[in-house]
Design a protein around this ligand. Structure first.
Ligand code: R5P
Length: 286
């Protein structure tokens, strides 16, 4: 799948993607870079430790890596968020710049870096140039780049195949090694029109855990190599249980029914998230 890459880039890619099946279960915990202490991820060090054995890679911001991840510890890949510059208090979140340089990411032993693009948004141009700049920098270090097709607030209804095909293809044309986008009706077309592998984001919390399993299953059936999922894991009552169910679909070829059985069997007290703070709808709607 990742042919024609240098040794260094191939090695880093396979810190993110499981070499046994070329699939990827990436757990996102980078939300704080614009959302602050997001519900379910308030204490990244403790939260991450409980889930890390079930995943291939973490997607996280540089500060969470250096403050919450033990440097002695290395069993998964990490993809560092490299763009930011605003917060949910802004009218929209597309006014982004690079907040991390490739050289710094390599110093932190990153497996890859993630750059968001906001196609069709007010700051489309600058976010595409962010992607281009990072791809040029990263090439010097054989560092993989994950192109993230973000929508922001104003374009949040754009999660449909025509738009996602456009944004994903643009990210690939610039040279992203993997594209992260949203699942949509007709997703197979988005995958087919994108020449590099795709992982899907989960987005805001779905109504039921079965919806999460169906999203994962359908995305894989349509050709995605995996997920880069955050809130639908962290904010579920039993994060380790739903993560294992998602993993069974991605790496174990499980059906939705089989994954739901795993979810049920793992929904036990030891996997239960202990809410530290009260969370209202306003904490989980974004
Ligand atoms: C944006 O907040 C980040 O890139 C997230 O990592 C990404 O959206 C995936 O997380 P979620 O599944 O919560 O959307």
């Amino acid at each position: 799948m990742f042919e024609n890459m240098s040794w260094g880039k191939t090695n880093r890619i396979y810190q993110i993607v499981n070499q046994r099946d070329d699939r990827c279960l990436m757990l996102a915990i980078d939300h704080g870079y614009f959302m602050g202490p997001t519900h379910g991820m308030e204490t990244p060090r403790q939260d991450t430790l409980k889930l890390i054995t079930h995943i291939d890679a973490l997607m996280l911001s540089p500060g969470i890596l250096t403050s919450c991840i033990d440097p002695h510890w290395r069993s998964v890949g990490w993809v560092l968020r490299a763009t930011g510059g605003n917060s949910i208090l802004d009218e929209d979140i597309d006014n982004e710049s690079l907040i991390l340089q490739a050289e710094e990411a390599v110093r932190m032993n990153a497996s890859g870096v993630a750059v968001s693009i906001y196609v069709g948004a007010e700051h489309q141009h600058q976010t595409l140039i962010n992607l281009s700049n990072m791809i040029n920098q990263a090439a010097k270090f054989d560092l993989p780049v994950l192109g993230v097709t973000a929508v922001g607030k104003r374009l949040s209804d754009k999660r449909e195949k025509r738009y996602l095909s456009l944004a994903s293809r643009i990210a690939a044309e610039y040279g992203a090694d993997i594209v992260k986008t949203y699942y949509c009706e007709g997703f197979e077309e988005v995958v087919t029109k994108c020449p590099v592998p795709i992982v899907v984001a989960g987005g805001a919390r779905l109504n039921t855990p079965r919806d999460v399993l169906e999203l994962t299953y359908n995305a894989i059936q349509c050709g995605a190599i995996g997920v880069d999922m955050g809130r639908n894991i962290w904010q579920y009552e039993y994060p380790a249980a739903i993560l294992q169910a998602v993993k069974a679909i991605i790496h174990g070829k499980a059906s939705v029914k089989e994954a739901a059985d795993i979810l049920e069997s793992q929904s036990v007290a030891s996997n239960c998230r202990k809410p530290l703070f009260e969370a209202g709808d306003e904490n989980i709607k974004d």
